[in-house]
Each structure stands twice: as C-alpha cells, then as structure tokens.
Design a binder for this molecule. Structure first.
Ligand SMILES: [Zn+2]
Length: 236
C-alpha cells in the first residue's frame, strides 16, 4: 500500500482529530467549483491578467450561485498561468496546479486541520507567487504530513516561530488581499505534502504536466482532510 492510501485510512479512522480549514457547515454552506482550464471560455487574458476584473468575476460567480466558497484546482491543468511569468521555465511551463484553492474574501479565517507545529513560513512576495505562506508539520502516529497555506495576509506571519505548536481547529491565518497575496483574487492555496524535500516556507504549487506522476506520489488530495460536500455545479 502506498503512503497516500495509508494516510487516507488513518484520517478515516481518526475523524475526531480533524477540524475544518475554513468555517464550513455542509448543511448550509454551498460551494462553487471553479474550472480554470482551457475549456472555460470565460477566462480571457483580459480577465485573468487584471486582478480587479478577475476578483469581480470570482465574486459574481459566488454571489449568483449563493455560494460561500469557490473551490477547485487539485491536479488541474491551468491556462490562467499563461501570462504569469512566475510559472514559466525555459522549457516546459508549470501549468499543473497541485493544491486546492478555496476562494472567498480577504480576512477569511484559516484553521489548522490537525495538531502540529509550525514547520516554516515566508513571504513569497513575487507577482503571481504565494505571498505570505505558512507550512505546518503534523505527526500522525509514525507518519509525517505537511500542510501548506498560501496567499495569506501579512498579519498571519506576525509572531510565528519555527516549532511553535498548533492544535487542531486553532486559527493560524487569514486570507490575504490582492495587494499582498501575489496579485490574486483572495483565496487560500491549501496543499498537502508527505515530504518537504528540503524546502522551507515554500513548495511548488504547480508543476510541469510531464512531472505529474512524481508529484502525485508526494501530494495527496487535500479533500482527504477538507471533506467538502459536492459543489453546486459539479457533475455526478
Ligand atoms: Zn492555488
């Protein structure tokens, strides 16, 4: 059995250890699934390259569909990076998104889903990058799991120290606004890693399509922890 399957079993067996990453009630809160692939004809360069326009588009989708959050992005091949140089390399571009994005207002509280400690944190302050980022290290019996929170507010990093303990359900951050979060509509990039591969305060949030199999082995589906209900516009 691979490490992700073992993790899924542990999480299934220990639901009492798991808290919501954002305030969410499956009975009352609806989710809107965002499609940021080439097949979404609404995603013109004029839309995604203008952060105010892009934010207004996100907000309208949520309002029109009476949704508290937008979600999506795990292993999604994205076109919205086409004009964001951060994701370009000299050869194949990094277009495969590795975490899940949760779209909502700046200031939305973020909670640790499990007990753990602060592994690292950093303001990745380049255009299109994560902005303020926190990584939490969790020990689940003999297993270690890392959770990454990107596009946070600057205040989220204030007072943090490496190794500081966090408990399941403890607020650790808030969503940043476009001014600080790498120039994106406010959202949380939430990603799980089995191995940090020596990195700190940062880890790839997108990879080349040709590297998918390698990253799939290290990056479990965040839905294992989020346990969100099906989004309103998600097909069966
Ligand atoms: Zn993301």
């Amino acid at each position: 059995m691979d490490a992700t399957s073992r993790l899924a079993i542990w999480l299934n067996d220990h639901p009492q250890h798991i808290s919501n990453v954002v305030d969410y009630n499956a009975a009352t809160d609806k989710l809107f699934k965002f499609d940021l692939t080439k097949s979404n004809a609404e995603l013109s360069p004029a839309l995604v390259n203008d952060t105010a326009n892009f934010s207004a588009w996100v907000n309208k989708k949520l309002a029109d569909n009476h949704c508290r959050y937008g979600i999506g992005g795990y292993m999604e091949l994205r076109t919205i990076y086409d004009n964001r140089e951060q994701f370009d390399t000299t050869d194949e571009p990094r277009r495969l998104h590795l975490g899940v994005d949760i779209w909502s207002d700046g200031g939305t509280p973020v909670y640790s889903p499990l007990d753990g400690k602060i592994h690292s944190f950093k303001d990745n302050a380049n255009f299109g990058d994560y902005g303020p980022t926190i990584i939490v290290e969790h020990h689940l019996n003999e297993r270690t799991l890392y959770s990454l929170y990107g596009h946070l507010s600057r205040e989220s990093l204030a007072g943090l120290t490496i190794g500081m303990p966090v408990t399941s359900g403890q607020q650790i951050a808030t969503f940043g606004t476009a001014e600080v979060n790498g120039n994106w509509p406010p959202h949380l990039h939430f990603q799980l890693m089995l191995d940090m591969e020596g990195m700190a305060g940062d880890y790839f949030g997108a990879c080349k399509l040709s590297e998918k199999e390698r990253y799939l082995k290290n990056i479990p589906d965040p839905q294992l922890l989020l346990r969100f209900a099906k989004a309103v516009n998600e097909s069966a």
